[in-house]
Design a protein around this ligand. Structure first.
Ligand code: ADP
Length: 172
């Protein structure tokens, strides 16, 4: 499952909640969270277009490796560029589902969970998605979650129902 959405749109929150639910049901789930990846397998990378491409390539490769072993992989990275999501789709095939966490820039700025928008607005962080770098909404998402309006519980339930119906082939 390939999440995309602005910083603060809920990728960490939703992926963790879904993982917890699925693990309780006996599934193996690995989350590649953008913040964690950036401190680990991509710690040598910055936020230039080239480095962003390499970051997404590494995450897609990691998702491919674990999903080939029957583990459900969730990429919870901003993934702001359509071309990167297309690249991930080419690497992962039809099983990859693009989940758009659609919260407006205003909502994410108001939340400013990590204080990054304030820093970006003050010019202390460059190439910050939504402020000084673009976010391209996905053209063909498999599912849109309105994380700026719906509650966490509602979003996780919608995602779980989608997963059961369109991915796992089970009854929610
Ligand atoms: P991201 O990983 O995309 O940067 P986070 O999950 O770290 O975002 O932060 C999202 C914040 O928004 C959290 O504080 C979360 O509690 C809050 N929030 C409110 N409603 C939602 C929702 N429907 N889905 C996800 N997060 C939500």
């Amino acid at each position: 499952m390939w999440f995309c959405g602005l910083s603060g749109s809920g990728k960490t929150t939703i992926s963790m909640a879904l993982q917890q639910q699925l693990v309780q049901e006996g599934y193996e789930v690995v989350v590649f969270d953008g913040d964690v990846v950036r401190k680990g397998i991509s710690k040598d990378l910055g936020f230039s277009p080239e480095d962003r491409t390499e970051n997404i390539f590494r995450v897609a490769q990691a998702c491919k490796n674990v999903s080939q072993r029957g583990v459900l992989a969730i990429s919870a990275t901003i993934s702001p560029y359509e071309s990167h999501r297309v690249m991930a789709g080419e690497m992962l095939g039809d099983t990859m589902k693009c989940i758009y966490l659609d919260a407006s820039l205003q909502v994410c700025q108001d939340r400013d969970v990590k204080g990054l928008y304030a820093k970006a607005m003050a010019g202390e962080i460059t190439n910050f998605t939504g402020v000084s770098d673009i976010f391209e909404p996905p053209q063909h998402p498999d599912l849109v979650l309105h994380t700026g309006q719906d509650s966490v519980e509602v979003c996780v339930r919608k995602l779980y129902q989608f997963l059961c119906r369109d991915v796992l082939g089970t009854t929610p």
